[in-house]
Design a protein around this ligand. Sequence first.
Ligand code: PML
Length: 247
Amino acid sequence: MFYSVRMRATLEGKHVSGQERIVKKEDLERVILELHRRPKGDWDFQTLKVERLKEPPEVIEKSLSVRSYKFSCIPLAVNFIVGILETEHGIGREITKPLLAKLQKGLNPEGGNLKGALIVDPKTGEVLNEDPTEGVRTILFDWLDREGVRDELLKRGYTERTLDALALATKNIYCGVEAEVCISDDPDYTTGYVASERLGYIRISPIKEKGSPFGGRIYFVRREKLEETLRCLRKKALLIRELSTLG
Ligand code: PML
């Protein structure tokens, strides 16, 4: 029997911390407490959602492979992402350039960050979110051996954020997202990533100015695959067995 445990904490309505796990019954109490204690900053509202999964999660053998690229300035990092999405995925720079500029300032048309991802058709650049002020969330993913993978990543100089973001990106690509670009909304975290089946998970730094509270995620999804991809992102539980070879 498997359970999904999801935690979110906010302060005055603003996101402070969020995380999720997929665990066996015997680990449930420990993980609930661990997630309850997880937010480092102050919060005034926390939800802990526990859901028994109707069927065991699917286990996939490997995550996307990880590489890190460092750039001397943000515009070079942005150009790299624009270039690689064009050469490897045929996504035109007339689509990606303005999108990345928006991502650096927050994707919510009403201002600020979008809670969840903006879905964009890679061929036309059309935004596919039913309501563009409502982002799409990827849920129900985790590592089979979270502690083991965490130790391995930290040993290699990656961060705990990589642990969660790599699992999320791996699920996205499994579900049919053609490519993803992410900038953290944490003002102190200036490493983002671009991910796809072909590229793997490429960490990019710096992708934004230190101190900027803006960030978010863009998922490139073909219109004809939208429904199936959204169903998978929201409903399919996935565990990842191990890291792919690290660069
Ligand atoms: C990395 O260091 O691998 C990039 C992680 C991006 C994290 C985005 C977030 O804040 O959740």
